[in-house]
Design a protein around this ligand. Sequence first.
Ligand code: GLU
Length: 474
Amino acid sequence: MRAMTLRTRFAPSPTGHLHVGNARTALFSALLAAQADGEFILRIEDTDAERSRAEFETMLLADLAWLGLHWQEGPDLGGPHAPYRQSERSRIYRTYIDKLAGQGRTYPCFCTPGELALARKIQLAAGRPPRYAGTCARLTNAEIETRLAQGLKPALRFRVPDQGATEFDDLIRGAQRFAHKDIGDFVIRRADGSPAFFFSNALDDALMGVTQVLRGEDHLANTPRQLLILEALGLHAPRYGHLPLVLGAGSAPLSKREGGGSLQELRSAGILPEALVNYLARLGHVYAREDFLSLAELVRDFNVAHIGHAPAHFDHAQLEHWQREAIKHADSGRLWNWLAEMPKLAALVPAEQRADFIETVRGNLVRPAEARVWADIIFGERPELSDASRTAICSAGPAFFDAAIRALPEARTGFAGFANAVSAATGARGRKLFMPLRAALTGLEHGPEMERIWPLLTAARVKARLQHAAVLCK
Ligand code: GLU
């Protein structure tokens, strides 16, 4: 028999921007599917008409694509289980809700939000877990008719069996058991006629043939409810795996300051998607290899068994580490496209020197703005001198730079040949030789190797900068 194709999904609600926690869930789901040569689908859970917005959906798709994720079915691509937007699946939900109602597994509930809140308060005060008290569970048909005739709009509740328990083997947390008496009858259709999350989410996973669900731990307690619905409908349930939360430093929720904001923020701060993917893939999941991995390598070595049980902490310093790695590994065309988002950069760097410029500054970049600084230094007017550069220039003195200008004809052999000639003429060596030259030519005390910067500076610029240094402290 042919093994069943592994299918995972990401099912965001378009009620806000994509944050790192959700992005990690999407990534793990995509990695899991790709690892098994399976399928990854995207479903938009927009049943909450008030909070869902089309522009959030557009941005979600753009963020996921930016991250480098590919889905095989989704609202933009269609697929065998279309539509992939829950707001377009009302007829399907109605059919299955009617089926449950026909089996006597549901009842209308006329309790108002105020009554429910009060009942919850009383239960909590008595130290009991809040669950629906069952007020409407035993209404007679006549009582129901009377309320409907009064124009009251009921929600529809699913009847949870009194006895027994629902058990399942969580992909991450192992054996789980929820006693039915603790669950309480829950709403599957709201009073306004829209399906509740428990229902549409579970039904769609089953109808769309999802075999593995990875999602946040906050959904763990929803799972027994969803399994009960699918069992009542005779549908095949997926395996669920609940990911520990992503927290900020300490145990506080992620804050923006920690880089835990939206993907859009990280993107506009210049983070490369390859950096974020390398970091997220290791956020609560262990790879044996600690070096930078391509997406194909991240897929190959992904293993649900390597997902930890403890909350993961988003650490901005770690992201910076992966950012440096990503810059180190990106090919030069890719880096140029990333840098070219910086205003004026393209105008500063001559097209035929782009590749050399990239290789010169690559090791000194963490953000595109730094490339702009180096482009200014290398291709712009005479750079501003830092205080330390001034000091280095002045302690070398005018005679040093006069000698350097005289040595310029020797510079055809590159920076090393030039520096040797300056050394021979002045007797300066080591720091005393290189610091004043670097300071005069770049205005800074550190940066890319001078050997690399040298060919990008024109002879005219070199001469002007040395001349300026020669007169600076006269
Ligand atoms: N729409 C739900 C959410 O964004 C999906 C939960 C799930 O993955 O099952 O939280």
